[in-house]
Design a protein around this ligand. Structure first.
Ligand SMILES: Cc1cc2nc3c(=O)[nH]c(=O)nc-3n(C[C@H](O)[C@H](O)[C@H](O)COP(=O)(O)OP(=O)(O)OC[C@H]3O[C@@H](n4cnc5c(N)ncnc54)[C@H](O)[C@@H]3O)c2cc1C
Length: 341
């Protein structure tokens, strides 16, 4: 069996691992301490926030099939929030969704976490370890392998492992850094795909907010979206509000002082929701540098058979959870054919 490294534990990595688990010796390495990538959940001071993706749709048969497989400890639930649109100078107006929207329960990260944990025994997972440089080991008398080093280490001899294949599910810009010193033939395609940033403001309140919506889309503002986290199925009854900034606003302000960004978003939220600032008992900010795909690669995945490197993720096909799944699964299926040939 060949040794395959998957970088990441988000949806693309989960789809890849599911496809490859019994076809190769699979190792996943994730730089964060938790699973899920941008399907993220944060718990602080008794409050809980899905501070990355809020929901997903499932339009393809492949994704629908994946979601119907039982996974211990996680389930998929349809979410039917009260929807509204907020716009300065206009009365709020209601919206409707015309297809089912889903969330993972009990938290957004539980789908990847429990799906990957179910494969343990077949796969190896290392969390909290950032992959750094790759070095090609080619002695000439055996097939070459990739020696993989951690990003930050003072010890030049510390290696994470040697692999026949390295598959990155990191956003395109991060994959381009990882593969920079390799002979990966699709480096320019990695540069072509572009992301926009986003800030997530997490507010914990001392009482239920008086809202006549569960999810508000906001127009012409530094804020793009507001979600009452507890309105999702199987969440705790905490008074947690999740606020996503506008992507363009985040781009203009990404390197500004984070305390100032947090205060600006708190002020904008209080003004939009007529919220008393004194009711905010917890506040936290997360900046996503690669939140939303602005320009996709328009490929299912990028695979270079000669260098035995490949990249996949939402940015290949679009910018949504289902795109990440399809990209990961399609790369996995192609690799299975190569491993069997
Ligand atoms: C604020 C926000 C809101 C969103 N809202 C929605 C929504 O409502 N609906 C929707 O469908 N989509 C939404 N999305 C997009 C959705 O989250 C993504 O499409 C999807 O989660 C991407 O999955 P992925 O596996 O391709 O990438 P990721 O989830 O980013 O996974 C890549 C993983 O690689 C890891 N990694 C990167 N570099 C390294 C390294 N060097 N070493 C080790 N690990 C590394 C990362 O830590 C990460 O876990 C949103 C995203 C954000 C940020």
């Amino acid at each position: 069996m060949q040794d395959v490294l998957i970088i990441g534990t988000g949806m693309a990595a989960t789809a890849l691992a599911n496809t490859l688990a019994d076809k190769a010796r699979v190792t996943l390495i994730e730089k964060s301490r938790g699973f899920g990538g941008r399907m993220a959940t944060r718990r602080r001071e008794g409050f809980e926030f899905d501070h990355g993706a809020q929901f997903f749709t499932a339009r393809s048969q492949a994704f629908q099939q994946f979601l119907t497989r039982p996974v211990e400890g996680a389930c998929i639930a349809e979410w039917q929030p009260r929807l509204t649109t907020l716009e300065a100078g206009r009365a709020p107006y209601k919206r409707e969704w015309f297809e089912p929207h889903f969330v993972a329960a009990p938290s957004m990260n539980s789908l990847c976490k429990e799906s990957l944990k179910a494969l343990e025994g077949n796969i190896t997972i290392h969390l909290g370890c950032e992959v750094g440089p790759l070095e090609k080991i080619d002695s000439g008398d055996a097939p070459f392998r990739w020696r993989v080093f951690p990003k930050q280490t003072d010890d030049q001899r510390e290696i994470l492992g040697e692999f026949d294949w390295v598959l990155s599910t990191a956003p395109s810009a991060q994959t381009s850094t990882l593969f920079a010193n390799t002979n990966f033939s699709h480096l320019t395609r990695l540069h072509d795909a572009k992301h926009l940033p986003c800030f997530s403001l997490m507010l914990g309140l001392n009482a239920p907010p008086k809202l006549n919506f569960d999810l508000a889309t906001v127009k012409e503002s530094s804020i793009a979206l507001i979600v009452a986290n507890a309105s999702k199925p199987r969440r705790g009854a905490t008074h947690s509000l999740l606020v996503h900034s506008d992507n363009r606003w985040a781009l203009e302000n990404f390197d500004a002082d984070r305390a100032e960004i947090e205060q600006q978003l708190i002020d904008a939220s209080c003004s939009l929701l007529e919220l008393d600032a004194a009711s905010i008992v917890h506040s936290d900010l997360h900046g996503w540098r690669y939140a939303k795909t602005e320009v996709p690669a328009d490929e299912d995945f990028l695979l270079d058979e000669e260098s035995q490197l490949a990249a996949c993720g939402d940015w290949c096909l679009g910018g949504r959870i289902e795109d990440a799944f399809l990209s990961g699964q399609r790369l996995g299926l192609s690799l299975v054919k190569l491993l069997n040939s």
